[in-house]
Design a protein around this ligand. Sequence first.
Ligand SMILES: *Cc1c(COP(=O)(O)O)cnc(C)c1O
Ligand SMILES: [Zn+2]
Length: 405
Amino acid sequence: MAEHRVVCWDCNADVNDPYVNNCPRCGGLLTVKIDLENVKEMKPKDLHREQIGVWRYTPFMPVDASKKVSIQEGGTPLYRVEALGKALGVPKTHVKFEGLNPTGSFKDRGMTIGVSRAKELGATVVGCASTGNTSASLAAYAAKAGMKCAVFLPSGKVAAGKLAQALFFGAKVLSIDGNFDDALELARKMADEKKLYLLNSINPYRPEGQKSVLFEIMDQLAYEVPDRIVLPVGNAANIWAVYKAIQELKEVGWISKTPMLTGIQAEGSAPVAKAFASKKHDFVPEEHPETVATAIRIGNPVSGRKALHAIYDTGGFSDTVTDAEIISAQQLLGKTEGVCVEPASAASVAGLRKLRDAGVIDRDERVVCICTGNGLKDPDTIINNAQPPIKCRNSVEDISRILLS
Ligand SMILES: *Cc1c(COP(=O)(O)O)cnc(C)c1O
Ligand SMILES: [Zn+2]
C-alpha cells in the first residue's frame, strides 16, 4: 500500500473524515495524494509481475492489500485493431476492451479498491447511484465482501443486463423516479446520514483503482506512450483517473510524454464537450440528458471540472457524437474485429472516427480507444438495431435459398 492523504482538489485542505465526499472547508472535490517517494526507486519490472490486473499496481494504490476484496479485475486485452483502424483512417489504433472485467465493465477496477477501503473502515452497508454498471459492480463486490448493498437506479432507464446483475448479486435495488443525477442526490443524502458508505466515483478511492487501466496500457505498450487516448465521458471520473495515472507515472519517471486525453460525450448529454467547445473550465449542468448510451446519460457530472482540467492540461479534445454515430461505430467494431461493446463504449470509436474526418486527429497518430463495457450488458439496443432473425421452414431447399440470397 502507498502512503497517502485525502485532500481537497480545490483548496488543498486535508480531509480526514472518511464518510465525507466534499471538502468541509470549501465544498470542493476530493482527491487522493499518493506518496510516490519509494516508487521512484523502482522500475516497471519491479512490479509484482505474476499478479495480473489492478493489484499488480499496489505501490500506487491507497489500500492495504491485506484488506483486498478482489474478483480478479483488470488484466483486460489491448487489441491492435488493424481492420478497424483501416476503416477509420487511423491505422495505428488500439482498443482496450474493458468489457472483459468480472462484471463486464471498467467499474470493477474502482470497485475492488473502493470496497477494500470500505472493509478497512469496517463498513457493513455500501451503496451507490448508478446508470447500471456501477450497481452491477458494487453488488458483486459487496457479495464477495459479505456486505449489505443498496443501489439507486433511474427507473426504466437501466440496460437489462446491468439490472439483472444487481438483482442477481442480491443488492437492494431501489428504482428512483428521476434520472441518474436525482438518484445520486438521494444516495448522497443516505451517505451524509451515515446510513451507507457511498461508492460512487465522488468517493476519491474509486478513481484510484481506475488508474490501473492506464498502468496496464503502458505495460502492454512497453511504456511507449501513445499519442492519444479516447474514452467516453459520463460522470467524468474515468478520464480523471487516467489523467492522474499519467501524472503519477511522470512523477516516478517511468514515462515522460503525455497522451492527449480525448473525451467523447453523446450529443444529448454533453455538458463537458459543450464547456470545451466554449473554452470553459466549468460546465453548465443539463436538466434532461438523453442518449441510447445510457452509461453516459448524465447531465451533472460529478468530476466534470476534473475532466476539463485533464483535457486542457494534456492538449486533448472533447466532442459529441450522435446516437446514430454511436450505433454505427458499435456495429463497425463488431463487424471488423469481433468485439462487442455497449453503446457508451462505442462512443469512443465514434469520436475517433468523427475527429479523424474533421482533421483533429492525424492519420499517423497512435491511438488507444478505451471501450468501457461489454455489449451483452444491453442486448435490447443490439437487437433493436439488427436485422431480425430469418423465419424459415424445416426444409433444406428453403434454407439453401436463404443462404444463397
Ligand atoms: C461508467 C461508464 C462510463 C462513464 O465513465 P465516467 O467515469 O462516469 O465518465 C462509460 N462507459 C461505461 C460502459 C460505463 O459503465
Ligand atoms: Zn476545499
